[in-house]
Design a binder for this molecule. Structure first.
Ligand SMILES: *[C@@H]1O[C@H](CO)[C@@H](O)[C@H](O)[C@H]1NC(C)=O
Ligand SMILES: *[C@@H]1O[C@H](CO)[C@@H](O)[C@H](O)[C@H]1NC(C)=O
Ligand SMILES: *[C@@H]1O[C@H](CO)[C@@H](O)[C@H](O)[C@H]1NC(C)=O
Ligand SMILES: *[C@@H]1O[C@H](CO)[C@@H](O)[C@H](O)[C@H]1NC(C)=O
Ligand SMILES: *[C@@H]1O[C@H](CO)[C@@H](O)[C@H](O)[C@H]1NC(C)=O
Ligand SMILES: *[C@@H]1O[C@H](CO)[C@@H](O)[C@H](O)[C@H]1NC(C)=O
Length: 398
């Protein structure tokens, strides 16, 4: 799925050091404590309060539920990469067993859920399970079923899967975030060979490429189509600063989503789109390198709230893009930018005293939900550390 970085690249890569916190021994005990505090019947952490940094849990039928189980799988991956020792803290638990256990609460969602396109996110732990045990029938069923849940939301007239339901069924709403959920179609395609799933992923990505991206490489959060005619009704925001602004987390999802489409297809249009979105992201960063919650949100009153989750998601997107660039020197540019984002966000938001790893997440600024830890921000932080190790760009101690 991913082009390996050849070893001859290594000398170029040491230009900038990665933050040691990515591999901190306080990560495993924090995650273990969160696991132990999961309520029964199970609920999953989504974000923290803004004062103590304590997780707030949500019922399984929530779009973010799978990120905590996926975090447990990510620590299992890290154990595979680094070994489990008292000094790295990974000896504290059997992460695979915990990941499997925490995934069970997601299984009923395969058949009924209120998450629309976000079934792709809900499938993450099952996709990880299949990398470990490709014959796990529970995970195979989950992947196929979640892919089916997304596939039935596809409209050939619009050329997209529907992100959210609306009261008017002809109002067909698609958000840039939906690019992340296409991965479940690819995984299920790999299992079944069902060409329809591949066709849907490609068509959705092509339509989104046409309508969600501005000439400057910024993105619209929401595009509403008429499901009867397939025409665009309006472009607007849901969680951004303004209808015509670029909401940073959406931009991050787009970078990752298009790099991922390129990894599955080798279609250079996706590579160009991922580059275009990445360029917008990096050239619109303020001079302090901190990712704002929206690139067009006003600087005054200061400080303009950051979104640490947009930073960690973008870092993963840039690492993926960097690993796929046909010319390694081009790849190095994205990898350096990813490491820079991780350094900046660690300096701002690393929070040993909170239950989350990072603070300064913006869940939804218009809804006044910001300055929190966020479960997917932490997940992508751990994953970025794993990717850097896998790519030979960091050691297990930083
Ligand atoms: C198979 O995967 C599911 C879900 O990820 C997990 O709960 C279960 O324990 C796994 N089964 C085995 C035998 O590993
Ligand atoms: C959304 O609409 C589809 C099609 O009408 C329906 O099957 C589904 O249950 C609805 N709800 C959600 C949250 O997806
Ligand atoms: C979509 O187009 C149809 C046919 O022109 C029209 O009846 C319907 O109101 C439109 N829906 C929206 C949400 O604009
Ligand atoms: C968005 O639209 C407003 C009002 O037309 C305009 O003042 C602003 O410059 C636009 N912002 C961007 C980022 O295009
Ligand atoms: C993309 O190209 C690379 C390098 O030529 C090749 O290894 C890979 O199999 C191709 N992937 C796809 C999906 O065609
Ligand atoms: C980061 O979070 C702290 C409190 O947790 C807050 O005081 C600070 O203003 C935030 N900075 C940004 C840039 O969001």
């Amino acid at each position: 799925m991913r082009a390996p970085i050849c070893l001859s690249l290594l000398p170029l890569a040491v230009a900038q050091s990665v933050p040691a916190q990515l591999f901190s021994s306080i990560i495993p005990p924090k995650v273990l404590a969160t696991f132990k505090s999961l309520p029964s019947p199970i609920q999953y952490p989504q974000y923290t309060d803004t004062i103590q940094g304590e997780w707030i849990d949500f019922v399984p039928d929530t779009w973010t539920s799978a990120f905590f189980p996926a975090t447990l799988y990510a620590l299992n991956t890290r154990k595979t990469l680094c070994g489990a020792t008292p000094s790295n803290g990974l000896n504290a638990a059997n992460w695979l067993a915990l990941g499997r256990s925490a995934s069970n609460g997601l299984i009923p969602l395969e058949l009924t859920n209120n998450q629309g396109h976000d079934v792709g996110f809900l499938s993450f732990p099952f996709v990880e399970e299949l990398k470990i045990n490709p014959s796990n029938q529970t995970a195979i069923t989950a992947v196929k079923q979640f892919a089916q849940d997304l596939a039935v939301r596809f409209s050939p007239i619009v050329g997209c899967t529907r992100s959210w339901n609306t009261t008017d069924p002809t109002d067909f709403t698609v958000i840039i975030d939906n690019m992340m959920n296409l991965e479940i179609l690819w995984v299920a395609y790999g299992l079944t060979g069902d060409e329809n799933l591949r066709h849907i992923a490609i068509t959705h990505a092509d339509t989104t490429m046409k309508n969600h991206i501005r000439p400057d490489g910024g993105t619209w959060h929401v595009v509403e189509y008429n499901s009867t005619t397939g025409l665009v009704i309006r472009k607007r925001t849901e969680q951004g600063f303004a209808d015509n602004s670029t909401w940073s987390r959406g931009q991050s999802w787009g970078i990752y989503g298009y790099a991922n489409m390129y990894s599955h297809t080798n279609d250079s249009a996706y590579l160009d789109t991922a580059r275009n979105l990445a360029n917008y992201f990096l050239t619109n960063l303020p001079s302090d390198g901190i990712v704002p919650w929206d690139f067009n949100a006003p600087l005054i009153p200061a400080p303009r709230p950051a979104d640490s989750s947009a930073a960690t998601i973008a870092a993963n997107g840039l690492l993926l893009l960097g690993s796929l660039e046909p010319n390694p020197a081009d790849g190095q540019k994205w990898i350096n930018a990813a490491i820079n984002l991780l350094n900046k966000i660690t300096a701002l938001a690393w929070k040993p005293s909170w239950q989350s790893l990072l603070s300064n997440g913006t869940v939804n600024k218009p809804a006044n939900n910001f300055l929190t830890g966020i479960v997917y921000g932490d997940y992508y932080y751990i994953r970025a550390g794993n990717e850097l190790i896998s790519m030979g760009l960091a050691t297990c101690s930083g």
